[in-house]
Design a protein around this ligand. Structure first.
Ligand SMILES: *[C@@H]1O[C@H](CO)[C@@H](O)[C@H](O)[C@H]1NC(C)=O
Ligand SMILES: *[C@@H]1O[C@H](CO)[C@@H](O)[C@H](O)[C@H]1NC(C)=O
Ligand SMILES: *[C@@H]1O[C@H](CO)[C@@H](O)[C@H](O)[C@H]1NC(C)=O
Ligand SMILES: *[C@@H]1O[C@H](CO)[C@@H](O)[C@H](O)[C@H]1NC(C)=O
Length: 313
């Protein structure tokens, strides 16, 4: 019998050889497999996201930084991809100027989203589907570490079905609503103007570098992350870009080790509507988004047991 140390030595030698012979993605998958064998767990849950299936590992890239910081800015190439989403006419200079202005007002944090062997982080991603009505998911949703809601989603008056806590609220200017000062504002930026908007949105107490416990904290999704979702997860369709809900699900795969998805999809009658309002057109209309394709990927994540999915019926 080889000793454990010698086993590890040979495995590492093998990994190095394999890394040289194969491309980055294959060797990344192999290294994941090896760390699984050696039981150096990446997180403290029963199961960690970075373990397993090729379908998932082909799409999931843990090295992509979800959030903007001064250190993790974007290249001009990524800017040029991003500005086309909504026909932004700004120059790269305009963009960097706007970002600089925001970082004069908020702390420049390095948002570490990497898993850690001593933590098991659970996320609830709560969409706005009407299938939440009567679901009684409130307590279950509230039991997660991170609770992410989006756009005009609300809790007041719907607590039994959707819960009370919101740690992260995903918004862009056109979908904005006032937030309590215990919730992180996660800006999904679609144009340079959106960064200037956040400066005015932040309450005066957030305008200083004063990390008090209860001030709204602004976090900005990186355009590089949006491009990653578009290319790695949606396989680069033309003339569309990922929806907020889909990006939030992929984001949660990067922030958490266990992900539960609530309030996505149609209700039990097949109508698409919101739990807090009646949509006039109840057919799936996703504008520039590949709704059915996104939903299939979420379904696939569920079938591979990468996420839990709560459909409300
Ligand atoms: C993962 O993302 C990093 C950072 O963006 C990039 O450098 C790397 O090439 C990506 N890896 C794969 C396998 O796509
Ligand atoms: C963008 O940059 C150009 C050239 O530097 C400048 O003339 C223009 O006013 C800027 N636009 C905005 C909205 O700041
Ligand atoms: C946050 O909101 C609560 C209640 O609305 C208020 O009592 C508290 O002072 C606020 N904290 C900050 C730092 O604004
Ligand atoms: C769902 O849509 C169908 C057809 O449009 C309608 O008859 C039904 O009442 C709707 N159900 C709800 C709960 O809105």
């Amino acid at each position: 019998m080889l000793s454990r140390k010698r086993k590890i030595f040979f495995l590492l030698l093998y990994v190095t050889t394999v890394s040289v012979l194969f491309n980055g993605r294959q060797s990344a998958r192999f290294v994941n497999y090896i760390s699984h064998v050696l039981e150096t767990r990446s997180c403290a849950c029963q199961k960690c996201l970075s373990e397993g299936e090729p379908w998932f590992m082909d799409r999931y890239n843990q090295s992509v930084k979800p959030f903007l910081s001064r250190k993790h800015g974007i290249t001009e190439d990524i800017f040029n991809w991003w500005k086309r989403l909504q026909g932004d006419r700004s120059s790269f200079n305009n963009y960097t100027e706007a970002i600089d202005k925001v970082f004069q007002m908020i702390p420049d944090k390095d948002h570490n989203t990497q898993p850690s062997p001593d933590k098991c982080r659970s996320c609830a991603v709560v969409g706005n589907s009407r299938n939440l009505k009567g679901s009684h998911y409130g307590a279950l949703i509230d039991s997660h570490d991170i609770i992410m809601r989006m756009n005009r989603g609300r809790t007041q008056g719907y607590e039994i079905d959707v819960g009370t806590r919101t740690t992260h609220h995903v918004m862009y200017p056109e979908s904005a609503k006032p937030l309590p000062n215990t919730t992180h504002l996660v800006l999904f930026p679609f144009k340079t103007k959106d960064f200037r908007w956040t400066i005015n949105y932040l309450p005066p107490s957030s305008h200083k570098y004063q990390p008090t416990k209860n001030t709204i904290e602004l976090i900005m999704l990186s355009p590089a992350f949006m491009k990653y979702v578009h290319e790695n997860w949606l396989l680069n369709p033309t003339r569309t870009y990922p929806s907020t809900g889909f990006m939030a699900v992929v984001l949660s795969l990067h922030m958490c080790d266990e992900v539960s998805v609530f309030g996505f999809g149609a209700d039990s009658d097949g109508n698409w509507s919101h739990y807090f309002e009646e949509l006039r057109n109840k057919l799936l209309r996703t504008g520039l988004h590949k709704g059915p394709q996104e939903y299939r990927i979420i379904q696939q994540l569920f079938e591979l047991q990468k996420i839990h999915m709560y459909k409300g019926w």
